[in-house]
Design a protein. Sequence first.
Length: 92
Amino acid sequence: LSQTLAAVALFTGNYVASGFMSSNALGVGLIAAILAAWALFTWRLFDDTKTGLIVGVMTAVGGTLIEIFLINAPWWDLYAYTQADWFGVDNW
């Protein structure tokens, strides 16, 4: 249980850090690099399997595609990003 809570805490920290870095006007390349390194560190620390890496990448790609659909669907006006730079979503 403690390992699961630690993994969730690191994931949550990554999410919170993305907001802080975005609001401090860091470049998108730097933000993406930091968040990717953080995610890889978390994967390596808690999973470190090929399957876990594949599932994580598929989740990231799938989640981004769903978000792109939700933001750009013409019949919905659900939400928008303030600094969207890639099909209506932040690229990082």
